[in-house]
Design a protein around this ligand. Structure first.
Ligand SMILES: [Zn+2]
Length: 119
């Protein structure tokens, strides 16, 4: 599974989701950047599988290695790309935390960026 992102806004930051679904998918937290789906080029996608994770979204993962890679809302032009799977992360920083109201209780509320109760 390999992909390239043609264009990412210079202002893009990492969003960290603390919801239970993202915890289960990622093993802890889902950290992703947002890009336009049309800016995503799959250089090799034979392992890419999509899992319908809810009535409103699906998640992309690699069937060969199991990595969680993408989150996409139905009908949305954009796509969430796992920050930890990017080859180059230079300059990225966490911009916000979402769904902190329902985060797990085994870690403190993050203070490194703005935290929102919901999405
Ligand atoms: Zn989430």
């Amino acid at each position: 599974m390999a992909f390239e992102v043609k264009h990412v806004r210079e202002t893009v930051t990492v969003t960290v989701c603390h919801c239970s679904q993202c915890r289960r998918t990622s093993g802890h937290l889902w950290a992703s950047i947002h890009a336009a789906f049309d800016d995503l080029t799959f250089t090799q996608d034979s392992g890419l599988r999509w899992y319908v994770s809810s009535e409103t979204a699906k998640r992309g993962f690699c069937a060969k290695c199991g990595s969680s890679l993408f989150y996409r809302m139905n009908g949305e032009r954009g796509i969430g790309i796992a920050a930890g799977c990017l080859d180059v992360t230079t300059g990225l920083r966490i911009g916000k935390h979402i769904f902190v109201a329902i985060k797990a209780d085994y870690y403190p509320t993050p203070s490194d960026a703005e935290a929102f109760e919901e999405g």
